[in-house]
Design a protein around this ligand. Structure first.
Ligand code: NAI
Length: 267
């Protein structure tokens, strides 16, 4: 591996599963110290197997990494997560706000906005939008107050949005509202952070093969796969590759973008 993130301290939320797990492993392979944060924290062995409990020191692909518990929608919990990273590694260079939920994907049929429960909307906004706001806010405050990275930049924030933050989709009003919010929050945060040389970008994955979409029917998955110019579903590693780029010095002139990584779905 090229060690493109050598020595950077990275926090990844939603690190125990799917996309976040793939990003954590790739960051460690690229030489970062990784804080793997999740509501259900896991420790990962060098082979990527789950081996232990919260706060265990873990050795992931040769990198030095820890696992912490966080609820991204809870302000105090997010602040505690940042403090754990600073106590352990001295700084935060990369904040990957990736944790998310898709309550719609658990529904037996798509619900029109008129029949969507209020609580579903509130819970989705709490995790998928407020969670990203809190992650940007408290990691950004830490980055502003720390010495710049040797590259001259102070930090790299990467938010996981979705193609459903770029286009509409039947029966996903709460999820789409939250992800559209993440896309525009990313633009505005990039402007706020630019004077401090902090990058803020988003990734918009298309349908990706993780636990999040495991409940979708075979029929639905078949239709989705056919709608993608590159047939099939994305793989978590496809998203992790872009998350590595956006956390690296190669993205020196990149901020405020929301990059679709979707096999051409939004073409
Ligand atoms: P996943 O369900 O496999 O993983 C999500 C992780 O987030 C889980 O480990 C879960 O414990 C954690 N999490 C949930 N609520 C949390 C909270 N309040 N605080 C901390 N951690 C919490 O899902 P996947 O697919 O890996 O999703 C990752 C991100 O990618 C999400 O933001 C999702 O919306 C986004 N995404 C996923 C797509 C897909 O097709 N899988 C498509 C587009 C976007």
């Amino acid at each position: 591996m090229s060690q493109r993130l050598k020595g950077k301290v990275a926090i990844v939320t939603g690190a125990s599963s799917g996309v976040g797990r793939a990003i954590s492993l790739r960051y460690a392979e690229e030489g970062a110290y990784v804080v793997c944060a999740d509501l259900n924290p896991l420790s990962l062995s060098a082979e990527g197997e789950s081996v232990g409990a919260t706060h265990d020191m873990i050795n992931m692909n040769g990198g030095r990494s820890i696992s912490v518990e966080v609820d991204v929608g809870d302000s105090q919990s997010v602040q505690d997560m940042i403090q754990v990273a600073v106590k352990e590694f001295g700084r935060v260079d990369v904040m990957c706000n990736n944790a998310g939920i898709a309550l719609e994907a658990k529904s037996p049929r798509p619900l029109g906005i008129w029949e969507t429960p209020d609580e579903q909307f509130d819970q989705t906004i709490q995790v998928n939008l407020r969670g990203v706001f809190l992650g940007c806010k408290y990691s950004g405050a830490q980055m502003i107050n720390q010495k710049p990275h040797p590259s001259g930049d102070r930090g790299w924030i990467i938010n996981t949005a979705s193609i459903l933050g770029l286009v509409g989709s039947y029966g996903t009003s709460s999820y789409s509202a939250a992800k559209g919010g993440v896309v525009n929050l990313t633009r505005t945060a990039a402007l706020d952070f630019a004077p401090h040389r902090i990058h803020c970008n988003a990734i918009c994955p298309g349908y990706t093969d993780t636990a999040m979409i495991a409940n979708l029917s075979k029929e639905n998955l078949g239709k989705i796969s056919l709608m993608q110019p590159f047939n099939g579903l994305g793989n978590p590693d496809d998203i992790a590759s872009v998350a590595v780029f956006l956390a690296s010095d190669d993205a020196k002139w990149v901020t405020g973008i929301s990059m679709a990584v979707d096999g051409g779905y939004t073409c």
